[in-house]
Design a binder for this molecule. Structure first.
Ligand code: AMP
Length: 441
């Protein structure tokens, strides 16, 4: 019974300060996405199971082992989305977005996805993915643009030490050539592979390279690499993409063994890796690739596309390890303290007046002593403490203390807003997390 009142394995509660850090990350990602012409899309958290079978693919670990699938009361098989792209593709087709005249169509989403994985450091069962889909254009420049957008997002967040691991898995022809070679290579070694890889050998031998159990075995490390089986077109496409990444100074490494775990990828695949300053590796912070056949697979017309998703929890872990939020506090601009019960209503009126003028304000209502009020002001790093007693109430004034400069003055309530504005612009602790262009940086 006690279990019932505990957090389910692999999930997390995000308490206020952490939630605000997440909102800050999301805000930064949205701001940069806007610069690149991306618009938000929201799709349901659950979809018909078949959508994921068809799009994510039956040979993927996600479909085979990790989906939260159940029958609803109407007997339909429903799955909590294990990733964001399939639902966006369904919406794209169902809403005939492919007929929109202005391509590429650039969409972003932000929300939970669910995977029954083994929980560990940086690995959860409910994950917030912030993802991007760019539909309608097949071009290495579009692929480069997506990666450039991702890198500027990381720079904006203050993450500098990352690398984009990139590979091409070629067009359909390249992959067919490669699969033949992989099967030839593995067919006499099946007994050395895990049960999953035996299945992968039949369904999609590329997945063997991705296996968490066999992936590091000599046998797998010595397997043929896709690069040797690319068509001329795929090779040129990839080289062009790399030339753009060079031109714009993206830190990347070609990783010929990167194939990615979902069935719908073609040509470009990539993962963004970053270690914490103390060397911890929580796995990729973001990953994606090109999926030119996917829209067709979910019932639409042929539409090329590329997408990627960041794992927001991993970005949070990383930013925390960089102490990127040290300056990040989200307290009030002003905390109003009445001296005595008689002044409470007056203090509350001032608080409401400040709020209606756009200040974050709080009123002390519990009859705290001056000492404990100031302790609370210090703890919350409130820039202005406003104190009102009978005298101030009579005169329409207030006592205001700038907690950073320690300056304390009595001012007319008519001047309060301009006084705060001046002080907040100049002296308040910036809430930028250390990444904006404010005077502190
Ligand atoms: P994927 O959809 O597998 O390409 O994952 C995209 C990103 O989501 C990864 O790069 C991670 O940052 C994040 N992610 C995926 N699975 C997990 C997980 N189980 N726990 C935490 N983050 C994850």
């Amino acid at each position: 019974m006690a279990e019932d009142y505990k957090l389910p394995r692999g999930t997390q509660d995000f308490l206020p300060l952490t939630s605000e850090k997440i909102s800050y990350i999301e805000y930064m990602l949205k701001s940069v996405a806007g610069l690149y012409g991306y618009h938000e899309i929201r799709t349901p958290i659950f979809e018909h199971t078949n959508l994921f079978l068809r799009s994510v693919g039956e040979s993927s670990d996600i479909v085979n082992k990790e989906m939260y699938t159940f029958l609803d009361k109407g007997g339909r098989s429903i799955t909590l989305r294990p990733e964001g792209t399939a639902g966006v593709m369904r919406a794209f087709v169902e809403n005939k977005m492919y007929a929109l005249p202005d391509t590429p169509i650039k969409l972003y989403y932000d929300g939970p996805v669910f995977r029954y994985e083994r929980p560990g450091a940086g690995r959860y069962r409910q994950i917030t993915q912030f993802g991007f889909e760019c539909l309608g254009v097949h071009s290495p420049l579009i692929d480069a643009e997506l990666i450039l957008m991702n890198t500027s997002m990381l720079y904006m967040l203050g993450i500098k030490d990352f690398v984009v691991k990139i590979n091409t898995i070629g067009d359909t022809q390249s992959r067919e050539n490669y699969k033949v070679e992989l099967r030839k290579y593995f067919e006499n070694h099946l007994d050395e592979l895990c049960e999953d890889c035996k299945r992968r050998f039949e369904q999609n031998p590329l997945r063997i390279l991705d296996c968490k159990v066999d992936g590091e075995k000599e046998l797998v490390l010595n397997a043929p690499i896709i690069t040797d089986y690319l068509t001329e077109e795929s090779r040129e496409y990839f080289n062009k993409l790399l030339s753009y990444l060079d031109k714009f100074g993206v830190p990347y490494e070609v990783d010929n063994r990167l194939v990615r775990g979902l069935d719908y990828y073609c040509d470009t695949v990539f993962e963004i890796k970053c270690k914490t300053p103390d060397g911890k590796d929580y796995g990729a912070i973001g990953a994606g690739g090109r999926y030119d056949g996917l829209v067709e697979q979910v019932g639409g017309p042929h539409t090329p596309g590329i997408g990627m998703a960041f794992g927001v929890e991993r970005l949070l872990l990383l930013l925390d390890s960089y102490n990127a939020f040290d300056n990040y506090i989200n307290s009030f601009d002003a905390y109003v303290m009445p001296i005595g019960k008689e002044c409470l209503d007056f203090a509350f009126e001032i608080t409401m007046f400040l709020r209606s003028n756009g200040f974050k304000a709080e009123c002390e209502m519990q009859g705290k002593s001056m000492k404990s009020f100031f302790k609370s002001v210090d703890r919350q790093k409130v820039p202005f403490a406003i104190i009102v007693g009978e005298e101030e109430m009579k005169n329409g004034t207030c006592n205001i203390k700038n907690t950073f400069t320690k300056e304390q003055v009595t001012i007319n309530l008519d001047d309060l807003c301009s006084y705060l504005n001046k002080g907040l612009n100049k002296e308040h602790e910036c809430q930028c997390g250390g990444n904006c262009n404010c005077e502190k940086n």
